[in-house]
Design a protein around this ligand. Structure first.
Ligand SMILES: C[S@@+](CC[C@H](N)C(=O)[O-])C[C@H]1O[C@@H](n2cnc3c(N)ncnc32)[C@H](O)[C@@H]1O
Length: 446
Protein backbone atom coordinates (compact mmCIF):
# COMPACT_ATOMS: atom_id res chain seq x y z
CA UNK A 1 0.00 0.00 0.00
CA UNK A 2 1.47 3.42 -0.92
CA UNK A 3 1.85 6.09 1.78
CA UNK A 4 -0.97 8.65 1.65
CA UNK A 5 -0.07 12.19 0.58
CA UNK A 6 0.18 13.95 4.00
CA UNK A 7 -1.68 16.98 2.56
CA UNK A 8 -4.57 14.69 1.60
CA UNK A 9 -4.43 12.93 4.96
CA UNK A 10 -4.61 16.24 6.83
CA UNK A 11 -5.28 19.20 4.49
CA UNK A 12 -3.32 22.33 5.30
CA UNK A 13 -5.34 25.27 6.50
CA UNK A 14 -4.31 28.21 4.33
CA UNK A 15 -5.02 31.93 4.57
CA UNK A 16 -4.46 34.83 2.19
CA UNK A 17 -0.89 36.04 2.60
CA UNK A 18 -1.02 39.82 2.46
CA UNK A 19 2.46 40.48 1.10
CA UNK A 20 2.12 38.04 -1.81
CA UNK A 21 -0.42 40.27 -3.60
CA UNK A 22 1.08 41.24 -6.98
CA UNK A 23 0.85 44.99 -6.36
CA UNK A 24 2.68 44.58 -3.01
CA UNK A 25 5.46 42.56 -4.67
CA UNK A 26 5.65 45.21 -7.40
CA UNK A 27 5.98 47.96 -4.78
CA UNK A 28 8.74 46.13 -2.87
CA UNK A 29 10.62 45.71 -6.13
CA UNK A 30 10.22 49.36 -7.10
CA UNK A 31 11.31 50.67 -3.68
CA UNK A 32 14.45 48.50 -3.82
CA UNK A 33 15.32 49.50 -7.37
CA UNK A 34 14.23 46.15 -8.82
CA UNK A 35 12.35 45.55 -12.07
CA UNK A 36 9.12 47.49 -12.59
CA UNK A 37 6.01 45.38 -13.01
CA UNK A 38 2.88 45.59 -15.13
CA UNK A 39 -0.23 46.13 -13.02
CA UNK A 40 -2.89 46.65 -15.67
CA UNK A 41 -2.71 43.11 -17.07
CA UNK A 42 -0.51 40.26 -15.89
CA UNK A 43 -0.26 36.51 -15.22
CA UNK A 44 0.27 34.93 -11.79
CA UNK A 45 1.30 31.34 -11.03
CA UNK A 46 1.04 29.96 -7.50
CA UNK A 47 2.97 26.73 -6.82
CA UNK A 48 1.56 24.81 -3.84
CA UNK A 49 -1.67 26.80 -3.88
CA UNK A 50 -3.32 24.32 -1.48
CA UNK A 51 -7.05 24.96 -1.14
CA UNK A 52 -6.80 28.25 -3.07
CA UNK A 53 -7.19 30.49 -0.01
CA UNK A 54 -4.46 32.84 -1.27
CA UNK A 55 -5.15 32.75 -5.01
CA UNK A 56 -8.96 32.92 -5.09
CA UNK A 57 -9.31 36.37 -3.46
CA UNK A 58 -6.39 37.62 -5.56
CA UNK A 59 -8.24 36.61 -8.72
CA UNK A 60 -11.59 37.82 -7.40
CA UNK A 61 -10.47 41.39 -6.85
CA UNK A 62 -8.14 41.54 -9.86
CA UNK A 63 -10.30 40.66 -12.88
CA UNK A 64 -7.81 42.32 -15.22
CA UNK A 65 -5.22 39.58 -14.47
CA UNK A 66 -5.16 35.79 -14.84
CA UNK A 67 -4.14 33.20 -12.27
CA UNK A 68 -2.98 29.56 -12.28
CA UNK A 69 -2.65 27.44 -9.13
CA UNK A 70 -0.78 24.11 -8.99
CA UNK A 71 -0.86 21.63 -6.12
CA UNK A 72 -0.03 17.95 -5.72
CA UNK A 73 -2.81 17.13 -3.21
CA UNK A 74 -6.01 16.09 -4.97
CA UNK A 75 -8.26 16.99 -2.01
CA UNK A 76 -6.79 20.52 -1.78
CA UNK A 77 -7.25 21.15 -5.51
CA UNK A 78 -10.86 19.91 -5.26
CA UNK A 79 -11.57 22.49 -2.54
CA UNK A 80 -9.89 25.20 -4.63
CA UNK A 81 -12.01 24.27 -7.66
CA UNK A 82 -15.18 24.42 -5.57
CA UNK A 83 -14.10 27.93 -4.47
CA UNK A 84 -13.71 28.91 -8.12
CA UNK A 85 -17.25 27.69 -8.94
CA UNK A 86 -18.77 29.28 -5.83
CA UNK A 87 -17.15 32.64 -6.70
CA UNK A 88 -18.02 32.29 -10.43
CA UNK A 89 -14.50 33.17 -11.53
CA UNK A 90 -13.29 32.81 -15.08
CA UNK A 91 -9.76 34.24 -14.66
CA UNK A 92 -8.37 31.37 -12.59
CA UNK A 93 -7.40 27.77 -13.22
CA UNK A 94 -6.34 25.04 -10.81
CA UNK A 95 -4.09 22.15 -11.85
CA UNK A 96 -3.49 18.95 -9.91
CA UNK A 97 0.16 18.12 -10.46
CA UNK A 98 3.46 17.40 -8.78
CA UNK A 99 5.98 20.26 -9.20
CA UNK A 100 8.34 17.79 -10.90
CA UNK A 101 5.95 17.33 -13.81
CA UNK A 102 3.93 20.56 -13.67
CA UNK A 103 5.79 22.16 -16.58
CA UNK A 104 3.88 19.93 -19.04
CA UNK A 105 0.59 21.46 -17.90
CA UNK A 106 1.67 25.10 -18.21
CA UNK A 107 1.97 27.41 -21.15
CA UNK A 108 3.73 30.74 -21.57
CA UNK A 109 5.53 32.80 -18.95
CA UNK A 110 4.32 34.46 -15.77
CA UNK A 111 4.87 37.97 -14.45
CA UNK A 112 4.60 36.79 -10.85
CA UNK A 113 5.27 33.34 -9.36
CA UNK A 114 4.36 32.67 -5.73
CA UNK A 115 5.44 29.67 -3.63
CA UNK A 116 4.56 30.19 0.03
CA UNK A 117 5.26 27.39 2.51
CA UNK A 118 7.00 25.15 -0.05
CA UNK A 119 10.77 25.60 -0.30
CA UNK A 120 11.76 24.35 3.17
CA UNK A 121 8.97 21.82 3.34
CA UNK A 122 9.83 19.55 0.40
CA UNK A 123 12.68 17.06 -0.25
CA UNK A 124 15.76 18.47 -1.96
CA UNK A 125 14.96 16.98 -5.39
CA UNK A 126 11.51 18.66 -5.33
CA UNK A 127 13.08 21.95 -4.19
CA UNK A 128 15.49 21.84 -7.13
CA UNK A 129 12.68 20.99 -9.55
CA UNK A 130 10.69 23.91 -8.12
CA UNK A 131 13.54 26.37 -8.70
CA UNK A 132 14.08 25.03 -12.21
CA UNK A 133 10.38 25.41 -13.02
CA UNK A 134 10.31 28.95 -11.61
CA UNK A 135 13.42 30.01 -13.53
CA UNK A 136 11.93 28.62 -16.75
CA UNK A 137 8.41 30.05 -16.39
CA UNK A 138 9.25 33.47 -14.92
CA UNK A 139 9.12 36.23 -17.51
CA UNK A 140 12.44 38.09 -17.79
CA UNK A 141 12.00 41.00 -15.36
CA UNK A 142 9.16 39.19 -13.56
CA UNK A 143 9.08 38.53 -9.79
CA UNK A 144 9.31 35.23 -7.93
CA UNK A 145 8.27 35.06 -4.28
CA UNK A 146 9.39 32.18 -2.07
CA UNK A 147 9.72 31.82 1.68
CA UNK A 148 11.93 29.50 3.70
CA UNK A 149 12.78 28.63 7.29
CA UNK A 150 15.95 30.45 8.19
CA UNK A 151 19.03 29.31 10.06
CA UNK A 152 20.02 29.70 12.77
CA UNK A 153 16.84 31.21 14.34
CA UNK A 154 14.59 28.41 13.10
CA UNK A 155 16.88 25.82 14.74
CA UNK A 156 15.12 26.62 18.03
CA UNK A 157 11.84 25.55 16.43
CA UNK A 158 13.76 22.61 14.97
CA UNK A 159 14.60 21.45 18.50
CA UNK A 160 10.92 21.49 19.41
CA UNK A 161 10.18 19.61 16.18
CA UNK A 162 12.72 16.91 17.08
CA UNK A 163 11.19 16.57 20.52
CA UNK A 164 7.64 16.31 19.15
CA UNK A 165 8.71 13.83 16.46
CA UNK A 166 10.08 11.59 19.20
CA UNK A 167 6.96 12.03 21.34
CA UNK A 168 4.70 10.90 18.49
CA UNK A 169 7.00 8.30 16.93
CA UNK A 170 4.88 5.24 17.64
CA UNK A 171 1.74 6.64 15.98
CA UNK A 172 0.85 6.28 12.32
CA UNK A 173 -2.09 8.60 11.53
CA UNK A 174 -0.98 12.21 11.00
CA UNK A 175 -4.10 13.91 12.52
CA UNK A 176 -3.69 11.84 15.70
CA UNK A 177 0.04 12.55 15.90
CA UNK A 178 -0.62 16.29 15.49
CA UNK A 179 -3.25 16.23 18.22
CA UNK A 180 -0.86 14.33 20.49
CA UNK A 181 1.88 16.89 19.73
CA UNK A 182 -0.43 19.71 20.84
CA UNK A 183 -1.35 17.86 24.03
CA UNK A 184 2.31 17.28 24.85
CA UNK A 185 3.07 20.95 24.13
CA UNK A 186 0.31 22.05 26.50
CA UNK A 187 1.76 19.84 29.26
CA UNK A 188 5.25 21.25 28.69
CA UNK A 189 3.91 24.81 28.91
CA UNK A 190 2.15 24.08 32.19
CA UNK A 191 5.22 22.43 33.71
CA UNK A 192 7.78 25.08 32.82
CA UNK A 193 8.11 27.96 35.26
CA UNK A 194 8.08 31.19 33.35
CA UNK A 195 10.49 33.85 34.45
CA UNK A 196 13.00 31.49 36.03
CA UNK A 197 15.45 31.56 33.17
CA UNK A 198 15.44 33.07 29.66
CA UNK A 199 15.74 29.55 28.19
CA UNK A 200 12.51 28.46 29.94
CA UNK A 201 10.82 31.58 28.61
CA UNK A 202 11.98 30.77 25.08
CA UNK A 203 10.66 27.21 25.38
CA UNK A 204 7.34 28.35 26.87
CA UNK A 205 6.88 30.67 23.88
CA UNK A 206 7.76 27.96 21.38
CA UNK A 207 5.51 25.33 22.93
CA UNK A 208 2.70 27.88 23.35
CA UNK A 209 3.07 28.55 19.61
CA UNK A 210 2.41 24.83 19.00
CA UNK A 211 -0.71 24.95 21.21
CA UNK A 212 -2.10 28.12 19.63
CA UNK A 213 -1.77 27.09 16.00
CA UNK A 214 -4.13 25.06 13.87
CA UNK A 215 -3.62 21.31 14.05
CA UNK A 216 -2.75 21.18 10.32
CA UNK A 217 0.05 23.73 10.82
CA UNK A 218 1.44 21.63 13.69
CA UNK A 219 1.31 18.50 11.52
CA UNK A 220 3.09 20.00 8.51
CA UNK A 221 5.59 22.25 10.34
CA UNK A 222 6.63 19.93 13.18
CA UNK A 223 5.83 16.37 12.09
CA UNK A 224 6.41 16.38 8.31
CA UNK A 225 9.26 14.22 7.08
CA UNK A 226 10.87 17.23 5.38
CA UNK A 227 11.57 20.59 6.96
CA UNK A 228 14.89 22.10 6.00
CA UNK A 229 16.06 25.48 7.29
CA UNK A 230 18.66 27.36 5.22
CA UNK A 231 21.26 29.98 5.92
CA UNK A 232 20.51 33.00 3.83
CA UNK A 233 23.81 32.55 2.00
CA UNK A 234 22.90 28.92 1.19
CA UNK A 235 19.52 30.02 -0.16
CA UNK A 236 21.11 32.73 -2.29
CA UNK A 237 23.64 30.26 -3.72
CA UNK A 238 20.83 27.88 -4.71
CA UNK A 239 18.89 30.72 -6.30
CA UNK A 240 21.95 31.95 -8.18
CA UNK A 241 22.62 28.45 -9.46
CA UNK A 242 19.23 28.69 -11.20
CA UNK A 243 19.92 32.15 -12.59
CA UNK A 244 17.83 33.97 -9.98
CA UNK A 245 18.81 37.10 -8.10
CA UNK A 246 17.56 38.68 -4.87
CA UNK A 247 15.47 41.86 -5.11
CA UNK A 248 13.97 42.49 -1.64
CA UNK A 249 12.14 40.84 1.23
CA UNK A 250 8.36 40.82 0.86
CA UNK A 251 7.33 40.96 4.55
CA UNK A 252 9.86 43.58 5.51
CA UNK A 253 7.95 44.25 8.73
CA UNK A 254 8.31 40.70 10.05
CA UNK A 255 8.15 40.62 13.84
CA UNK A 256 11.35 38.76 14.52
CA UNK A 257 14.38 39.74 12.54
CA UNK A 258 14.04 43.45 13.22
CA UNK A 259 17.31 45.05 14.12
CA UNK A 260 18.39 48.62 14.40
CA UNK A 261 19.71 50.09 11.16
CA UNK A 262 22.91 51.02 13.02
CA UNK A 263 24.00 47.42 13.58
CA UNK A 264 25.10 46.67 10.02
CA UNK A 265 27.71 49.47 9.72
CA UNK A 266 28.92 48.62 13.24
CA UNK A 267 29.46 44.97 12.27
CA UNK A 268 31.33 46.01 9.14
CA UNK A 269 33.52 48.43 11.08
CA UNK A 270 34.33 45.81 13.69
CA UNK A 271 34.89 43.21 10.96
CA UNK A 272 32.36 40.83 12.52
CA UNK A 273 30.84 39.43 9.37
CA UNK A 274 30.99 35.68 10.11
CA UNK A 275 30.26 33.44 7.12
CA UNK A 276 28.50 36.42 5.52
CA UNK A 277 27.16 39.74 6.76
CA UNK A 278 23.54 38.72 6.02
CA UNK A 279 23.95 35.43 7.90
CA UNK A 280 25.41 37.31 10.86
CA UNK A 281 22.51 39.76 10.89
CA UNK A 282 20.03 36.85 10.81
CA UNK A 283 21.96 35.19 13.62
CA UNK A 284 21.91 38.28 15.82
CA UNK A 285 18.25 39.10 15.31
CA UNK A 286 16.87 35.56 15.72
CA UNK A 287 15.40 35.51 12.24
CA UNK A 288 13.28 32.38 11.70
CA UNK A 289 11.71 32.98 8.30
CA UNK A 290 12.68 34.85 5.15
CA UNK A 291 10.40 35.95 2.33
CA UNK A 292 12.66 36.87 -0.57
CA UNK A 293 11.50 38.24 -3.89
CA UNK A 294 13.76 37.14 -6.76
CA UNK A 295 14.10 37.96 -10.41
CA UNK A 296 16.04 36.47 -13.30
CA UNK A 297 19.72 37.49 -13.49
CA UNK A 298 21.22 39.89 -14.28
CA UNK A 299 19.57 42.55 -12.14
CA UNK A 300 20.65 46.15 -12.60
CA UNK A 301 19.19 48.15 -9.75
CA UNK A 302 17.66 51.51 -10.49
CA UNK A 303 16.22 53.43 -7.50
CA UNK A 304 12.75 54.94 -7.98
CA UNK A 305 12.84 58.40 -9.54
CA UNK A 306 11.01 61.28 -7.87
CA UNK A 307 8.37 60.97 -10.57
CA UNK A 308 7.84 57.26 -9.92
CA UNK A 309 7.66 57.89 -6.17
CA UNK A 310 5.22 60.80 -6.63
CA UNK A 311 2.89 58.53 -8.60
CA UNK A 312 2.57 56.08 -5.69
CA UNK A 313 -0.33 56.29 -3.27
CA UNK A 314 -0.09 56.83 0.45
CA UNK A 315 -2.68 55.61 2.97
CA UNK A 316 -2.66 55.97 6.74
CA UNK A 317 -4.83 54.93 9.67
CA UNK A 318 -2.70 56.83 12.21
CA UNK A 319 -4.92 58.92 14.46
CA UNK A 320 -3.85 62.10 16.21
CA UNK A 321 -3.40 61.70 19.98
CA UNK A 322 -4.93 64.25 22.31
CA UNK A 323 -2.22 66.37 23.88
CA UNK A 324 -1.56 69.73 25.33
CA UNK A 325 1.30 72.22 25.30
CA UNK A 326 4.04 72.70 22.78
CA UNK A 327 4.95 69.08 22.11
CA UNK A 328 5.19 67.80 18.56
CA UNK A 329 2.07 66.00 17.38
CA UNK A 330 1.82 62.35 18.29
CA UNK A 331 -0.12 59.84 16.19
CA UNK A 332 -1.21 56.36 17.19
CA UNK A 333 -1.40 53.19 15.11
CA UNK A 334 -4.16 50.62 15.92
CA UNK A 335 -1.34 48.33 17.18
CA UNK A 336 -0.77 50.88 19.96
CA UNK A 337 2.50 52.10 18.48
CA UNK A 338 2.96 55.87 18.59
CA UNK A 339 4.81 58.05 16.15
CA UNK A 340 5.88 61.67 16.44
CA UNK A 341 5.26 64.02 13.52
CA UNK A 342 8.06 66.53 13.82
CA UNK A 343 7.18 68.36 10.66
CA UNK A 344 4.03 70.32 9.99
CA UNK A 345 3.76 68.91 6.48
CA UNK A 346 3.63 65.32 7.85
CA UNK A 347 1.12 66.23 10.57
CA UNK A 348 -1.24 67.86 8.05
CA UNK A 349 -0.96 64.89 5.71
CA UNK A 350 -1.67 62.31 8.42
CA UNK A 351 -4.75 64.27 9.52
CA UNK A 352 -5.96 64.39 5.93
CA UNK A 353 -5.37 60.70 5.25
CA UNK A 354 -6.85 59.08 8.35
CA UNK A 355 -10.56 59.69 7.53
CA UNK A 356 -10.00 58.21 4.04
CA UNK A 357 -8.52 54.93 5.34
CA UNK A 358 -8.23 52.33 3.82
CA UNK A 359 -8.26 54.47 0.68
CA UNK A 360 -5.11 56.38 -0.12
CA UNK A 361 -4.16 59.45 -2.16
CA UNK A 362 -1.45 60.02 -4.71
CA UNK A 363 1.68 61.20 -2.90
CA UNK A 364 2.03 64.34 -5.00
CA UNK A 365 -1.55 65.31 -4.10
CA UNK A 366 -0.66 65.21 -0.40
CA UNK A 367 2.89 66.57 -0.41
CA UNK A 368 3.85 69.62 -2.46
CA UNK A 369 7.59 68.80 -2.13
CA UNK A 370 7.87 65.02 -2.55
CA UNK A 371 11.68 64.95 -2.50
CA UNK A 372 11.64 66.44 1.01
CA UNK A 373 9.42 63.71 2.52
CA UNK A 374 10.54 60.67 0.51
CA UNK A 375 12.81 59.17 3.19
CA UNK A 376 10.31 59.75 6.00
CA UNK A 377 7.55 58.08 4.02
CA UNK A 378 9.77 55.10 3.21
CA UNK A 379 10.71 54.75 6.89
CA UNK A 380 7.09 54.90 8.06
CA UNK A 381 6.12 52.35 5.40
CA UNK A 382 8.99 50.03 6.31
CA UNK A 383 7.79 50.05 9.91
CA UNK A 384 4.20 49.27 8.93
CA UNK A 385 2.86 52.61 10.17
CA UNK A 386 1.61 53.89 6.83
CA UNK A 387 1.09 52.12 3.51
CA UNK A 388 2.66 53.07 0.22
CA UNK A 389 0.90 51.49 -2.74
CA UNK A 390 1.36 51.19 -6.48
CA UNK A 391 -2.37 51.13 -7.10
CA UNK A 392 -5.77 51.09 -5.41
CA UNK A 393 -8.29 48.29 -5.99
CA UNK A 394 -10.66 49.32 -8.75
CA UNK A 395 -14.24 50.07 -7.80
CA UNK A 396 -15.92 46.75 -7.72
CA UNK A 397 -19.19 46.39 -9.52
CA UNK A 398 -19.58 42.66 -9.06
CA UNK A 399 -20.96 40.80 -6.05
CA UNK A 400 -18.47 40.66 -3.20
CA UNK A 401 -20.77 38.28 -1.38
CA UNK A 402 -19.93 35.23 -3.44
CA UNK A 403 -16.33 35.03 -2.29
CA UNK A 404 -17.14 36.15 1.24
CA UNK A 405 -19.77 33.47 1.67
CA UNK A 406 -17.32 30.79 0.55
CA UNK A 407 -14.52 32.08 2.78
CA UNK A 408 -16.73 32.30 5.87
CA UNK A 409 -18.07 28.81 5.23
CA UNK A 410 -14.62 27.27 4.68
CA UNK A 411 -12.49 29.24 7.06
CA UNK A 412 -14.40 31.81 9.13
CA UNK A 413 -12.57 34.78 7.58
CA UNK A 414 -12.91 37.25 4.70
CA UNK A 415 -10.27 38.76 2.42
CA UNK A 416 -10.38 42.46 1.64
CA UNK A 417 -9.61 43.86 -1.85
CA UNK A 418 -6.21 44.87 -0.37
CA UNK A 419 -5.53 41.16 0.26
CA UNK A 420 -5.64 41.58 4.03
CA UNK A 421 -7.43 39.14 6.28
CA UNK A 422 -10.56 40.11 8.15
CA UNK A 423 -11.32 37.54 10.79
CA UNK A 424 -14.95 36.74 11.45
CA UNK A 425 -14.20 35.12 14.81
CA UNK A 426 -11.41 35.95 17.24
CA UNK A 427 -9.92 32.45 17.09
CA UNK A 428 -9.15 32.82 13.39
CA UNK A 429 -7.46 36.15 13.99
CA UNK A 430 -5.25 34.49 16.61
CA UNK A 431 -4.39 31.52 14.42
CA UNK A 432 -3.54 33.56 11.38
CA UNK A 433 -1.36 36.01 13.23
CA UNK A 434 0.39 33.17 15.02
CA UNK A 435 1.31 31.54 11.72
CA UNK A 436 2.18 34.69 9.86
CA UNK A 437 3.16 37.32 12.40
CA UNK A 438 2.89 40.86 11.07
CA UNK A 439 3.00 43.33 13.93
CA UNK A 440 4.59 46.74 13.86
CA UNK A 441 8.10 47.17 15.17
CA UNK A 442 10.87 49.68 15.28
CA UNK A 443 11.12 53.23 16.50
CA UNK A 444 9.99 55.79 14.03
CA UNK A 445 10.02 59.51 14.34
CA UNK A 446 8.65 61.16 11.29
C1 LIG B 1 2.54 23.90 3.72
S1 LIG B 1 1.38 23.78 2.41
C2 LIG B 1 1.31 25.46 1.90
C3 LIG B 1 0.00 25.80 1.22
C4 LIG B 1 -0.16 27.29 0.93
N1 LIG B 1 0.78 27.75 -0.07
C5 LIG B 1 -0.03 28.11 2.20
O1 LIG B 1 1.02 28.68 2.44
O2 LIG B 1 -0.97 28.16 2.99
C6 LIG B 1 2.31 22.99 1.12
C7 LIG B 1 1.52 22.71 -0.14
O3 LIG B 1 2.42 22.26 -1.16
C8 LIG B 1 1.88 21.12 -1.79
N2 LIG B 1 2.99 20.26 -2.24
C9 LIG B 1 3.97 19.72 -1.47
N3 LIG B 1 4.82 19.00 -2.22
C10 LIG B 1 4.37 19.08 -3.49
C11 LIG B 1 4.82 18.56 -4.74
N4 LIG B 1 5.92 17.80 -4.82
N5 LIG B 1 4.13 18.86 -5.84
C12 LIG B 1 3.01 19.62 -5.79
N6 LIG B 1 2.53 20.15 -4.63
C13 LIG B 1 3.20 19.87 -3.51
C14 LIG B 1 1.04 20.44 -0.72
O4 LIG B 1 0.04 19.61 -1.30
C15 LIG B 1 0.48 21.61 0.05
O5 LIG B 1 -0.76 22.04 -0.43
Amino acid sequence: MSTPNPYDELPYRSFPIEWTAPERLALASLLHGGPRQPLDSYRVLELGCGDGANLLPMAYYRRHASFVGVDGARSQIDVAKSGKSASKLSNIEFIHSDFRTADHHLDGNFDYIIAHGIFSWVPHDVRDALLQLCAKRLRRGGLLYLNYNTKPGWNVRGMVREFLLAQTAGMTKLPIRAQQAQEVAAKVVSSLTVGEHPYSQLMVNEFQFVCDNHVSYVAHEYLASDNHPYWRSEFMALAQHHGLEYVADADFNYSSGQISDDIVPQLVEQQITGRSLDDTVDFLCYRQLHTPILTRSPLTRCPPSIEEFSNLLVASCLTACEQSGTQNSMFQHPSGYQVEAKEEVIRTALEKLQPLWPRGLRIDRVFPDVRHVMDDLKLLHRNGLIELRCTEPSDLEFHHDRLKRWEVECGDYMTTPYHTLEAVSASVADESTMSYPFPVAGGVQA
